[in-house]
Write a protein that binds this ligand. Structure first.
Ligand code: PMP
Length: 442
């Protein structure tokens, strides 16, 4: 494979890159041209060890032949067919495969194309469920500070990222946020679930006291990834579940990152022992080879909505590409690999080694916290005063130059390698990260 060379593009102006400092990128472009196993390669053939599974999504590693062949085969058989009022066999098969992996009783699967679409779809299903039960006053949605649910208006509004309010202003009305669970005294350098902070879920009781029976749903990531690897305190999700059940509020887990083995089980719900009513997923579903997301609901949620509409379309929602044949083929091949190679089991088996490596960063000057679960770790750096870029961003760039891909949000460097990672990769990931932190000015 190494002989394949991909030329650098001549025109860097046309592509408006997402979530990117476009101006500085063009001064020093970082290009990835090829990927295989645990690694990316630049157009010049330089290897970059993938410490982030792309964007938390290539869980089975890159260039998996089984997935490539499934997509190629499907493209030749049928490129596209709609799923409005008609279907194609592999979309049904893909849904059945997903349903086999979701918690018991969550067997209905709605396909979308991304995590953002999954979040908005989940919120709309929650609203539709209450309407179907005649509870039309339940229109309020509750998210959490430092939550990330993608970029649609629904997901952005329930998400808890200040930058959205700053840049776009308008958000959905009737939205509240629970406090995030980060920074609770006594939790620094926790391994796995921190001891303290379960009480923060009780804020939901305050919202119920304030708004009565108008809250439709609460959405949280079981483990918040994009905003800095925030692992839920012990008992927190259980408490949230209890309060939701007590007050007739649907609980939505956004499992876009935590799904498909990332934290050592098929889903975060399983690992953390709490079953939501609705869950979203994307990324690892197709190993990111073709964009696809999904929303799984409890059978009860589905039955209520479907039976609530005696005839005609039950859920007035869908995407042209829901259940796209190429994505469905990629999903089936991915989930087969998942099963055959027991990727959640691998993630669980490697967790101890990964955890020790992550926590060895504690001795690196400037590291103020480390947190981890499964094959995700967040390394937090002391904030940098008076400089335009966060130190972590410079660490990311330095790591890239040193041949390791990391992910950065604010002052936090996150690592989430493909679940096929081996010990020498882990040594190299954290060794390079430590070198980069030492090399970058505080
Ligand atoms: N939800 C969560 C929890 C995510 O982590 C992400 C993406 N990182 C999204 C939703 C949005 O997914 P996408 O970028 O595919 O729209």
């Amino acid at each position: 494979m190494n002989e394949i060379s991909v030329p650098r593009p001549n025109n860097l102006d046309a592509f408006w890159m997402p979530y990117t400092d476009n101006k500085s990128f063009k001064d020093k472009p970082r290009m990835l041209a090829r990927a295989e196993g645990m690694s990316y390669f630049t157009p010049e053939g330089r290897e970059i060890l993938d410490g982030t599974a792309g964007l938390w999504c290539c869980n089975a590693g890159h260039g998996r032949r089984e997935i490539v062949e499934a997509i190629q085969k499907q493209a030749a058989v049928m490129d596209f067919a709609p799923t409005f009022q008609m279907g194609h066999p592999i979309a049904f098969e893909a849904a059945a495969r997903v349903a086999e992996m979701t918690p018991e009783g969550m067997d209905r699967v709605f396909f979308v194309n991304s995590g953002s679409e999954a979040a908005d779809t989940a919120l709309k299903i929650a609203l539709a469920w209450h309407k179907a039960r005649g509870d039309s006053q339940r229109v309020r949605l509750v998210g959490r500070e430092r939550g990330y649910h993608g970029v649609g208006f629904g997901g952005m509004s329930v998400g808890g990222i200040g930058g959205n309010r700053k840049q776009f202003g308008a958000q959905l009305p009737y939205v509240d946020h629970l406090p995030h669970t980060h920074g609770v005294p006594g939790n620094l350098f926790s391994k796995g679930q921190p001891e303290h902070g379960a009480h923060l879920a009780e804020t939901l009781e305050n919202l119920v006291a304030l708004h009565g029976d108008t809250i439709a749903a609460v959405i949280v990531e079981p483990l918040a990834g994009s905003t800095g690897v925030l692992v839920p305190p012990k008992g927190y999700l259980q408490k949230l579940r209890e309060i939701c059940t007590k007050h007739g509020i649907l609980l939505i887990f956004d499992e876009v990152i935590t799904g498909f083995g990332r934290i050592g089980a098929n889903f975060g719900a399983e690992r953390l022992g709490v079953t939501p009513d609705i869950m979203t997923m994307a990324k690892g579903l197709t190993n990111a080879a073709v964009p696809m997301g999904a929303v799984a609901t409890s059978n009860e949620v589905y039955d209520t909505i479907v039976k609530g509409v005696p005839s005609g379309i039950e859920l007035f929602h869908g995407y042209t590409y829901s259940g796209h044949p190429l994505a469905a083929a990629a999903a089936i091949a991915t989930l087969e690999l998942h099963r055959a190679e027991d990727l959640p089991g691998r993630s669980r088996a490697m967790e101890g080694y990964f955890e020790d490596a992550a926590h060895s960063m504690r001795d690196v000057p400037g590291v103020i916290d480390v947190r981890n679960m499964g094959l995700v770790a967040g390394i937090e750096l002391a904030p940098r005063a008076g400089k335009p870029t966060a130190r972590a961003m410079d660490v990311f760039k330095t790591c890239f130059d040193m041949g390791v891909l990391t992910r950065v949000t604010g002052d936090i460097v996150a690592l989430s390698p493909p679940l096929i990672v081996e010990r020498p990769h882990i040594d190299r990931l954290f060794g390079t990260l430590a070198d980069a932190i030492r090399a970058v000015p505080a």
